[in-house]
Design a binder for this molecule. Sequence first.
Ligand code: HPA
Length: 246
Amino acid sequence: MSEYIDFAVIGGTGLTAIEGLEIIHKEVVHTPYGEPSGQITHGRIGQHRIAFLARHGYTHTIPPHQINYRANMWALKSIGVEKVVAIAAVGGITAPMRPQALVIPHQLIDYTYGRKHTYFDEGLEKVTHIDFSNPYCEDLRQALLVAGKHLGILDGATYGVTQGPRLETAAEIQRMERDGCDVVGMTAMPEAALARELGLCYASCNVVANWAAGKGEQAVITMDEIQANLSQGMAQVRILLRSLVC
Ligand code: HPA
C-alpha cells in the first residue's frame, strides 16, 4: 500500500521545482488520455508527503493551450492524490491585484476554446453534469488562507481564463473587468473542472506577475517584468507551501 499523499502541487510558470522538497522518487504515469506534462515527483516537506507536477513541463516548453489537462489530473488521481494546490501566474486587473500579490481565487470565468475539457465525453452510460457553482474546494482555500496569513495573502478573486498564449488586448481586459474578473490567466480551465469531475479537492494560489493589458503605467508588458515579479512571488509561494497543513 503506497503512503498517503497529503496534497499535490501543480507548479505553473516560475515554479518548476519546489525548493526544500526532499525528493523520494519520480514516477512516470501513463493515462487513457495520453501523457501528462512530465513525471510526478514524490517528495516530502517536513512532515508532509507531497506530489509535484510541473504544468508546463519541467523545462517549461508546453504552452497553456497545449497542456494535456485531462492526463495531468487523471495521473494525480491515479496515484492516490485527493487534494490539489494549483499554483498559477496571473495578470492583475482590479486594484488590489498588484504585481507580486498572492491571491486565493474563489470564482472563475472561462474564455478558453477548443481544449479537451471533460472526461464525460464519449461512450457514456449516462450524460453527466457536475455542479460547478463554486469551482474551488472551500476547505483547501481556507487552509491556504491560514497558511498565508502572515504573507498578506488576499482572499477571493474571480479568475478569467483566456486561451493564450498571447496576452490580452487592453479592450479585452476592459471587457473582462466589466464581466467581474479580478485576475487573468491561461490555465485554470479546464484544470479546475476536470478536478471536480474526478472528485478532487482543488484550490489555487495565484501570483500576480504583471498588471494586465492597459492597467499598468507601461504601454507594453515585457517578459522581463513578468519574470522579475514572479521570482519574488514564487519565493512567497514556497513559504506558503511549507506552512500548509491540510
Ligand atoms: N494575461 C494572461 N495570463 C497571464 C498574464 C496576463 O496578463 N500574466 C501572467 N499570466
